[in-house]
Design a protein around this ligand. Structure first.
Ligand code: G6P
Ligand code: MG
Length: 483
């Protein structure tokens, strides 16, 4: 089985909660399981998380758990008859006073009182991810009067966005705050924040996470027009996060689908440059909800994200509610492996011309430079506490696998997100210092990754447990007496 570098995040849901399906997802290559807090009860999420960890352990796999906060998605209320059909040219009103369960052909309630303050005449509103589009023609103290420009069906609780963004709901709701506590209780490895506007929203999420006693790494979902308005806004948000998600559903609605692909490439490049990981998400294999085969366009989408060196590609409804969850993971795994054969996936510019900011960054990049230019190198070993050293290494393109050696459960799972990184449970501190190199290489010999005569690169620090302490690069010749 060739070593796949691009990781797969699969959303769990009704289609993927039974033991046999979860087991098959893990065996097919799910690296990160996503729990979507927009749906399902705490008990359901807990049961799924428990099962994932049990089954992963059974198969000696390391699967990370990501909780995705619902965030302040602005939604319409309900219709008396569940659903209406709008035609181009129809008049339609959003009302902050209309009864919440009694929408009609002409008006529906909305759970966001500031809508009338935030919108002005001429604004374009997109309902249900852009399936229905309206233009605001008049604003009163309680209502927006709109004209339908693209008609279609509209049903209970559909989302609403404004073209260009700028609907200013705060990023963390009361439900999100409760879910952060749930994430702490479940010891989730990652927490995704929906609709953050800027670094301050992420810093607030980080405070709540700390107060809840969680050490989940924070993912900023890039899905507002403001977040990608210019480099300063984007980089500020990336720096305030541990990683980012290109959340193409809402982002595409706000900035328009024509802008989306270029922005996706930019987000991936900026995240990697700033030593953060990046997930590419939404509709990647959408047709597989009902079909056992992806379309050529979907194959191309996944492959291009892999060629751009995203850390992970994500499945949403395909694995959560589709008819072919396991096939979808298999298809992604196959397509990523194919893309990774291409030379652009393996050649790096090594940040030539840039200066480094930290010691561990310098060592990590030196390790990658050596690995990519010394042909006998078959593997890189990073001794790590938090996963940070292998994360930096995996910002550099390479075909040499990176092995994260850590004694901590959380770190062993967390690194499953990073491109090209695999976990090896290992407690360096439990060994006499002069035995660490040999014991580390033995783990790779045992796994058949290296053989006598190969070279291995290893990074570490002076003490065996300091985050950020990496200051040493060793080149080891497999088969020789190592110290
Ligand atoms: C392990 C090594 C240490 C190193 C640390 C780096 O504990 O034994 O020597 O300092 O990892 O951890 P980090 O979380 O920064 O990758
Ligand atoms: Mg979204």
């Amino acid at each position: 089985m060739p070593f796949r570098r691009t990781k797969i995040v699969a959303t769990l849901g009704p289609s993927s909660s039974s033991t046999p399906v979860l087991e098959q997802l893990i065996l097919a290559g799910m690296d990160v399981a996503r729990l979507n807090f927009s749906h399902g009860s705490p008990e359901e999420h807990k049961a799924r998380a428990r099962l994932v960890r049990e089954l992963a352990a059974k198969h000696g796999r390391h699967v990370a758990l990501l909780g995705d906060l619902q965030g302040p998605k602005i939604r319409i209320a309900k219709f008396a008859g569940k659903r209406i059909e709008l035609q181009q040219g129809d008049e339609f009103r959003f009302s902050i006073t209309h009864p919440r369960d009694a929408g009609t052909q002409n008006v529906v309630g909305i759970d966001y009182p500031d809508l009338v303050k935030d919108c002005k005449v001429g604004d374009e509103l997109l309902l249900d991810d852009g399936r229905v589009i309206m233009q605001v023609e008049q604003v009163t103290a309680t209502e927006l009067l709109c004209r339908v420009t693209v008609g279609g069906p509209l049903s209970d609780h559909k989302g609403i966005n404004r073209r260009g963004g700028g609907l200013t709901a705060p990023a963390l709701t009361d439900k999100d705050k409760a879910d952060i506590k749930l994430a702490a209780e479940m010891e989730l490895d990652y927490l995704a924040v929906s609709f953050p506007r800027d670094a301050a929203d992420m810093e607030y999420a980080r405070r709540l996470r700390d107060e809840a006693g969680s050490d989940a790494w924070l993912v900023a979902k890039i899905e507002r027009a403001e977040a990608v308005a210019d480099d300063e806004a984007l980089d500020g948000l990336i720096r305030a996060s541990d990683g980012v998600m290109v959340a193409r559903g809402d982002l595409g609605v706000e900035i328009g689908d024509a802008e989306l692909v270029g922005i996706q490439k930019k987000i991936i490049a900026h995240a990697r440059r700033l030593n953060k990981f990046v997930i590419t998400a939404t509709q990647m294999m959408e047709s597989m909800i009902h079909s056992p085969m992806p379309t050529r366009a979907e194959v191309s989408d996944v492959a291009n994200a892999a060629l751009d060196y995203t850390d992970a590609v994500m499945l949403s409804a395909e694995s959560a509610a589709g008819d072919y969850p396991v096939e979808a993971v298999k298809a992604m795994a196959r397509v990523c492996l194919g893309a990774e054969k291409h030379p652009t996936s393996q050649k790096s510019g090594h940040r030539m011309g840039l200066t480094f900011e930290r010691c561990d960054e310098s060592i990590a990049l030196a390790a990658m430079y050596t690995a990519n230019h010394f042909p006998g190198v078959k593997a890189i070993i990073a001794l790590t506490e938090s996963g940070y050293t292998p994360l930096i290494m995996s910002r550099i393109r390479s075909s040499v696998p990176i092995f994260a050696y850590s004694p901590h459960r959380a770190t062993q799972a967390r690194v499953a997100m990073f491109r090209g990184v695999q976990t090896v449970p290992f407690d360096a501190a439990a060994l006499p210092a002069e035995q660490v190199s040999q014991a580390a290489v033995n783990e790779l010999l045992k796994r058949g990754v290296v053989e006598p005569g190969d070279w291995v690169i290893m990074s570490k620090g002076d003490s065996y447990d300091t985050i950020g302490g990496t200051n040493t690069l060793k080149i080891l010749h497999v088969g020789e007496q190592l110290v």
